[in-house]
Design a protein around this ligand. Structure first.
Ligand code: 3VV
Ligand code: NKN
Length: 272
């Protein structure tokens, strides 16, 4: 009986292996599926721990979430090379902005996430089962991207509470995933938030995944991601009239850094 199960297990594994060898599409789907499974199972295990240790929705849960997510990279052979972590060492609140390429970004996020930092996410994530639950428990701020008015209202609330709670807020200013090796134009919410709260903006750039991860080509191998935390940009004294300039400045700095980290400096020159 037990031998039977073993044989079945071995058979299924062998079949999966052969399928992965034969078809890049199956290989890709299985690896992404496994990532999602890790997220779902990891969240299911972490949620009760968060509830027991911290009692409910609080940014303190991010430490627990971070501990779990930081183990994921070993399953996929993803390595991180991080520079500039000292730029996070700012007392009190700040807005952190970074590029957003894929759902795999959650690994890169947790690799560098400073203490007392919540993220802004689309509200649909709240309904992603156990993952939604863990994101909720971690204190993520949910916005409705389809309604600028309501998103702006949420962000204005955040500007007020950020100083009181001394939290940093992580925003993906592209507003959606983008795995092209370039940046999408930045939305302005993060920069309005920084100016309203008069807190610095800290840009974080992840090198392009395109060499090892490309959903269109069913590519997902092991690979190295370079991460750079850039020096903070002060916003003291800036007013809402300066938001566009601030946005452009961050965009240009981050785009140059992205090309430099991804090893394509020529594109940086062509861009402006
Ligand atoms: C234990 C195991 C666990 C495993 C599982 C892992 C779990 C990991 C756990 C936890 C990590 C959780 C991580 C979550 C990550 C989620 C990522 C996402 O979901 S990314 C998508 C959502 N995020 C965004 O979209 C943000 C950025 N968006 C914005 O800030 C936008 O600006 C927004 C939504 C506020 C408005 O977007 P618009 O599309 O309408 O575009 P615009 O150009 O920015 O705004 C239109 C006009 O409104 C003004 N405006 C915008 N915000 C304003 C403001 N606050 N005040 C005044 N005016 C404002 C602008 O200046 C613009 O006006 P003028 O064109 O300049 O005239
Ligand atoms: C019902 C159970 C489903 C479980 C699926 C598990 C998937 C794990 C995903 C980890 C969190 C990913 C957060 C993320 O990266 O969200 C994407 C948004 O930022 C941008 O959205 P979009 O590009 O505009 O669709």
């Amino acid at each position: 009986m037990e031998l039977g199960w073993l044989l079945w297990g071995a058979g299924v594994l062998l079949l999966l292996h052969v399928l992965m060898e034969l078809s890049p599409a199956v290989n890709f789907a299985l690896r992404i599926g496994f990532y999602c499974l890790l997220c779902v199972v990891g969240s299911a295990l972490a949620a009760p721990v968060c509830l027991l240790v911290n009692g409910g929705r609080t940014v303190k849960n991010m430490r627990i979430i971070k501990t779990v997510v930081k183990t994921f990279k070993y399953f996929f052979g993803v390595r991180f090379e991080v520079k500039g972590l000292e730029n996070f060492e700012i007392e009190g609140p700040a807005i952190i902005v970074s590029n957003h390429q894929s759902i795999l970004d959650m690994m890169g996020l947790m690799e560098v996430l400073p203490d007392d930092c919540v993220q802004v996410g689309k509200k649909e994530l709240m309904y992603a089962g156990t993952v939604g639950l863990i994101i909720y428990l971690g204190g993520v701020i949910f916005i409705n991207r389809k309604s600028t008015t309501s998103a702006k209202m949420v962000m204005a609330e955040v500007a007020k509470t950020m100083a009181a709670d001394k939290v940093k807020v992580w925003v993906y200013p592209e507003g959606t995933r983008n795995c092209t090796g370039d940046l999408l134009p930045f939305k302005k919410g993060a920069f309005h938030l920084a100016v309203q709260a008069q807190v610095p903006v800290i840009p974080v750039v992840y090198s392009s995944f395109t060499t090892f991860y490309n959903p269109k080509k069913n590519l997902f191998t092991s690979g190295k991601i370079k991460v750079e935390v850039l020096p903070a940009i002060e916003t003291k004294g800036l007013t809402s009239g300066d938001v566009s300039d601030l946005t452009d400045r961050c965009f240009r700095t981050m785009r140059e850094t992205l090309f430099r980290l991804s090893g394509c400096p020529s594109e940086a020159k062509d861009s402006s």
